[in-house]
Design a protein around this ligand. Sequence first.
Ligand code: ADP
Length: 222
Amino acid sequence: VDRIKHNAPVLVIGLGRFGAACAGELDRLDREVLAIDDNADLVQKWSERVTHTVQADARNIEALKQIGATDFSIAVVAVGSSIEASVLITANLVDLKIPQIWAKAVSQSHGKILARVGANHVIYPEAEAGERVAHLVSGRMLDFIQFDDDFALVKMYPPKPIRGLNLTESGVRTKHNVTVVGVKSPGKPFTYATADTVVSNHDLIIVSGTSADIERFAALGN
Ligand code: ADP
């Protein structure tokens, strides 16, 4: 990834919910985007939001060449409803030697095929969202990001035992095995936590640690 310019244009294939959200956010970040969909209505719909939109069937490698797909170093395959199309499109992008291919998978087997065909990054949006929600439903966490190695970063209200104390006094790291990374008091921006940071009732905290330790920490309750 680091050999590719950080602002390189991105080719997004498929303007369904996932592709449109991805293309729209890239556009918001001022990235140049070429979005392709074979549905003319969707292309029309997104033509005002996204820099470039083109109607084309990405299963057709000649059509991809014609719209300049070979000039891109990053592509996102956001077609999920048809696994056959998703695999064919990914194979086309591999054949066109696009160095970074991100592809959305709807199942583990779909993802396995995409990786085997040559996708560099396989994303499982529904499985990931489902797992995240499992951590959020308890109501103790406001946001939860888990990394591959079971390490998580969580936004939550501080559990009762650590409130009104600074982080040394409450011994968050020694007693609970988690690290308070940042604190946000109402009406103030996020600040990095230090040993003297006092965590108050209405603060929000960002905590890092293994997901098991963070779950235990959050379960200390309000
Ligand atoms: P989501 O679940 O994110 O809405 P979908 O898989 O339903 O995703 O949407 C995929 C999009 O990709 C649709 O808008 C569809 O028109 C488009 N699409 C499907 N096949 C092709 C293809 N061969 N070439 C270009 N776009 C395609």
